[in-house]
Design a protein around this ligand. Structure first.
Ligand code: PNS
Length: 166
């Protein structure tokens, strides 16, 4: 196990089984992992408030029983936050080819901003290769079955959210 603190940043709107898969794998690779929800003012409106997203992630980590993973939030640059908490590695999930371009430019930008911090990419398990929060939000909105994509506590919250906004 790498004696490193790894930062896994993202929107997590909401956390999916793909994210959970990655968190589980990070937890066995690194001594400590911080999963952090980014306040992202440039992102189109989110479905869940940051507080709610944190709550779902915390519950997921608890259910998975991962004692070396903590959940938090941050605003501003990811590399600055990584430095602030003493993380030397940023973890990003890489799914299908469509992720590549965005991840590539983010990787280069982050390296240019802070060359002491590197990014490692992990691929989710095959069944989650095409899964995204955006897709889950859309399926839930149209009352589709999201059992395969999110954990029960997230599913419940999504169904409630969809009802309340209908
Ligand atoms: O889950 P997402 O939406 O793909 O996560 C993207 C995220 C939050 C990691 C990215 O937007 C980010 O790092 N935002 C913080 C601001 C920042 O550091 N921007 C520079 C990266 S080019």
């Amino acid at each position: 196990m790498m004696k490193t603190l790894a930062l896994y940043p993202g929107s997590f709107d909401p956390v999916t089984k793909g994210h959970e898969d990655l968190i589980r794998r990070c937890a066995s690779l690194f001594e400590n992992v911080v999963v952090a929800v980014a306040h992202n003012p440039n992102k189109q409106v989110s479905l869940f408030e940051v507080e709610e997203r944190l709550k779902f992630l915390t519950k997921s980590v608890e259910i998975m029983g991962l004692s070396n993973v903590s959940v938090t939030q941050f605003s501003g640059l990811t590399v600055k936050f990584a430095k602030q908490i003493g993380a030397s590695v940023i973890i990003r999930g890489l799914r299908v080819i469509s992720d590549f371009e965005y991840e590539c430019s983010m990787y280069q930008a982050n390296r240019t901003l802070e060359d002491t911090i590197d990014t490692l990419f992990l691929m989710p398990s095959l069944e989650y290769q095409f899964l995204s929060s955006r897709m889950v939000r859309e399926i839930a909105y149209f009352q589709g079955d999201i059992t395969s994509f999110v954990s029960p506590h997230v599913q419940q919250a999504l169904l409630q959210k969809v009802k309340s906004t209908a």
